[in-house]
Design a protein around this ligand. Structure first.
Ligand code: SF4
Length: 343
């Protein structure tokens, strides 16, 4: 019997949950088909098909769906609300599957479980029951579904463990120049190494096409990078606890908390915040980040807004100017000779 092919678009929450989904479907005996890396073709499909008013990341999601729709038996587009009792994901994640189904009647059937602890009163039991229901599409054997569920949970736990560093590792990265959490930067003779925190949604900082290859560019500039998704959660919660009102957008908490931490610690040379045009939560976090940055001006914050019209040449110029400015500041600090006052 041919394997059932489940299509997973490589966009949005794919970057948070893919290892869990993959483990689940594979154990159920399905073939997991992931859309290719974002490229020009996917972008073109995305721009022509998605509603104009959608954010760039949602548009890209459309492109990925259209890219794989004819190669799969099912699409998996969960309606993700939240996995926290108060904090929420973006509302767009909840509506996407329905929007796609109504706009493109020729799509294969969409598996779209809804999971929402904050607003839907979901919990571990309902999560299991919803997973069971999805599993029944592939097998009538409940033990196999339970085994797939356990595997999926383990894979997710391991993924988080691999991604989010602990406090000791963070301290080591902050104090050493030869300890790399991501790609080893190029050594540029005569230039001091720089450290930059790259913050943004995981589906932006990990999508080379959407982020205009910024990670590779930073590597070639000899920059050591740490990303917001790697920052220990205890630091994020601690930083955001000073706000009068709880910031309840889960991914923006990660972004703003990381920015606030590095502004305060001054353990990086600069921060680059990748924002998405048309993103409501981002504009809120971005504005708060700018206010904190004005209060703590020793660390420079560069905010770059990305959309389908962002020109790579313009981004290169801004990036080069930013790196150049950081290097000059570093030199200045390095050659600074304190004035000795003669008593
Ligand atoms: S959080 Fe922002 S970028 Fe992400 S899907 Fe929602 S509106 Fe788009």
């Amino acid at each position: 019997m041919p394997m059932i092919r489940v299509g997973i678009p490589r966009a949005l929450i794919y970057y948070k949950f893919f290892p869990m989904w993959e483990a689940f479907f594979k154990r159920l005996g399905a073939e997991v088909v992931v859309s290719p890396l974002t490229d020009r073709t996917i972008r073109e499909k995305a721009i022509s098909a998605a509603p104009d008013e959608d954010c760039y990341s949602t548009k890209i999601f459309f492109g990925h769906v259209l890219e794989i729709k004819d190669d799969v038996d099912f699409l998996f587009i969960p309606r993700f609300g939240s996995k926290h009792k108060t904090d929420m994901g973006c509302p767009k994640f909840i509506g996407l599957a329905d929007v796609l189904r109504s706009m493109f009647p020729d799509l294969p059937p969409i598996i779209m479980p809804h999971y929402n602890i904050a607003k839907g009163r979901d919990n571990k039991l309902t999560f299991f029951l919803k997973s069971l229901k999805v599993g029944l599409i592939f097998t009538k054997n409940p033990f196999r579904i339970i085994s797939a569920f356990i595997k999926a949970m383990k894979a997710y736990k391991q993924h988080k463990k691999d991604l989010i560093i602990d406090l000791e590792t963070l301290a080591e990265w902050e104090t050493r120049n030869d300890f790399h959490l991501n790609d080893k930067p190029k050594i540029i003779p005569g230039e001091r190494p720089l450290k930059i925190a790259l913050v943004g949604h995981s589906y932006v900082i990990n999508d080379n096409y959407c982020s205009l290859n910024i990670r590779k560019k930073l590597k070639n500039f000899g920059v050591q990078v740490i990303t917001s998704e790697q920052i220990p959660r205890s630091i994020i919660d601690q930083q955001l606890s000073i706000l009068d009102n709880r910031l309840y957008f889960e991914f923006e908490r990660e972004i703003l908390g990381s920015i606030m931490y590095f502004l305060e610690q001054e353990s990086v040379d600069g921060i680059i915040h990748l924002m998405i045009f048309g993103c409501g939560p981002d504009s809120l976090a971005g504005d708060l980040a700018m206010r904190f940055s004005k209060r703590m001006p020793n660390i420079q914050l560069l905010q770059l807004v990305l959309d389908d019209l962002t020109a790579e040449a313009g981004l290169n110029t801004r990036l080069e100017a930013f790196i150049d400015m950081l290097r000059r500041r570093k030199e200045k600090v390095a050659v600074h000779i304190p004035i000795l006052r003669v008593p």
